[in-house]
Design a protein around this ligand. Structure first.
Ligand code: PAF
Length: 258
């Protein structure tokens, strides 16, 4: 049965951290998160999910205030998928006395200063800072991060290596809705019409990945469909997308095999 942990003291009662796997989230959980929890379960005896909407990774004018907060629904959804749910407050993660000299953990600029890092200045530093704290508090031997946020995953894997953090990172494959749209907590902002438009993103990613379409041509088509394209670019062995449908910023990526 799921146990809700609220304080640091609650966390400290967790024994057997060797067998504990952390799934860090910002809540508004969906099937994509459940798949990460299933994967966590394969890698350890106990699964702990954290829910914390981290102010440090939101820029000015972004959706920090509107970001869906649904603790009760999230708890219902998690059910047996996790053993513990840790929902710290901002004060738990960034105690005021520490905040005045808050030490940011910086992401590796070679990975972070492109794609999302260009439009979301400081975003990955905010992610690195909170993730280090989550690791430090929970002390699980493993943590699962989804490939949906592939650049984030690379930033975190790099951080763990550089700082020699004692945690193994497990990659969780991306989960999509029936229409192909990558699952995201932000999908709930979309109207039905916008959702239909957003379903084209994966369609054209696949066409570029298979060689049926050039990146330039896919860009043109996406723009003509009303997608406010931020980037469609190939890095490493992936094709990355970010853009807005209506007011909702969406990201996606696909393996191109080379
Ligand atoms: O991917 C997310 O939900 C967040 O960026 C994370 C990793 C929980 C850090 O706040």
């Amino acid at each position: 049965m799921l146990r809700l942990l609220t304080t640091r003291e609650d966390l400290d009662t967790l024994l057997d951290r060797e067998d504990l796997v952390l799934v860090p989230t910002m809540g508004a959980l969906h099937e994509g998160h459940l798949s990460l929890m299933r994967l966590a379960r394969e890698h350890g005896r106990k699964v702990i999910v954290s829910i914390f909407v981290n102010p440090l990774q939101f820029g000015e004018g972004e959706d920090f205030d509107q970001y869906p907060r649904k603790l009760v629904e999230d708890m219902d959804l998690i059910g047996d998928f996790a053993d513990y749910l840790w929902a710290p407050t901002c004060q738990d993660i960034y105690p005021l006395e520490v905040e005045s000299k808050l030490e940011m953990i910086h992401a590796n600029s070679e990975i972070a200063d492109k794609l999302c890092g260009l439009s979301r200045k400081g975003h990955f530093d905010g992610v690195c800072t909170v993730v280090t704290r989550l690791f430090d508090f929970v002390k699980s031997s493993k943590a699962v991060f989804g490939e949906k946020d592939f650049q984030q995953l690379m930033v975190i894997e790099d951080m763990v290596k550089r700082y020699k953090l004692p945690v193994e990172i497990i990659r969780g494959p991306m989960i999509r809705e029936g229409c192909g749209l990558a699952m995201s907590s932000r999908n709930q902002y979309l109207s039905d019409k916008e959702r239909k438009t957003a379903a084209n993103i994966y369609k054209y990613l696949k066409e570029v990945a298979s060689g049926a379409l050039t990146i330039d041509h896919a860009r043109e088509i996406m723009i003509s469909l009303g997608i406010e394209l931020e980037y469609l670019e190939k890095h490493w062995d992936r094709l990355f997308f970010a853009g807005k449908v209506g007011q909702t910023r969406l990201i996606d990526n696909i393996n191109t095999g080379s």
